[in-house]
Design a protein around this ligand. Structure first.
Ligand code: CDP
Length: 212
């Protein structure tokens, strides 16, 4: 049996990984998993039960009962949910619970494009190709601000920038599976690239990695 093709895409908040990953998945005919959605869904379900986001026992129980059919809930993209997700994402037992789901998804033929923070380092260290997508804080804040405003959220650019800075700090500094570029990942700096240019640069990098 041919090995599933796994493309790991990591990077900080609002770096454009999701948009890129979806296009790459379509290009190669692969399935796509946005792992941030899993942490966002755990946070949503903890809050819905009036639980405490820092309560490891409660959050882990919620993670074990996560219903994959609820992952397309538009509420998961709400502003506060990303922040809440980065709080539950620090809990090792929550990460362990979600780990197998992600690995099973990746291993299912024909393979997958998976985006997150720890895909190249922890979830799929043997991925066929790894990218680390980034952009300056100001550019990421600008992109997320426009995304939120399109949904008519009442928010300022400064608020968005502050929230992204907080979340980056939490993701970089946590003890388990922090946001990190895998040693064998290609860095894609997208500050000056539009979506099409970033997509072309990503394809070029992936083709180079697959040829090795
Ligand atoms: O879309 P955006 O970049 O804003 O965030 P996301 O990818 O939906 O992730 C939301 C939060 O989930 C992140 O800030 C991380 O704290 C957490 N996360 C994680 O810890 N590990 C992953 N593989 C993916 C997300």
């Amino acid at each position: 049996m041919t090995r599933p093709l796994i493309i790991a895409i990591d990077g900080p908040a609002a770096s454009g990984k999701g948009t890129l990953a979806k296009r790459i998945a379509a290009h190669y005919g692969l399935r796509y998993l946005d792992t941030g959605t899993l942490y966002r869904a755990v946070a949503r379900d903890v809050l819905a039960a009036n639980g405490d986001l820092r309560d490891a026992v409660a959050a882990t129980a919620v993670a074990r009962n996560l219903d994959p059919d609820t992952l397309d809930d538009p509420f998961l993209r709400d502003r506060g949910v990303g922040e809440a997700a980065s709080i539950v994402a620090r809990i090792p037992e929550v990460r362990d619970t979600i780990l197998q789901y992600q690995r099973d998804f990746a291993a299912t033929p024909p393979g997958a494009v998976i985006d997150g923070r720890d895909i190249g380092t922890i979830v799929c260290p043997d991925a066929s190709a790894k990218l680390f997508v980034t952009a300056t804080l100001q550019e990421r804040a600008r992109r997320r601000y426009h995304e939120l405003r399109a949904k008519t959220f009442d928010v300022t650019r400064d608020q968005v920038e502050g929230e992204i800075r907080n979340r980056d700090r939490r993701d970089l500094e946590r003890e388990v599976a922090p946001l990190a570029q895998a040693e064998d990942a290609v860095l894609l700096e997208t500050t000056d690239l539009d979506i099409e240019a970033a997509f072309q640069a990503a394809l070029l990098a992936i083709e180079g990695l697959l040829e090795r």
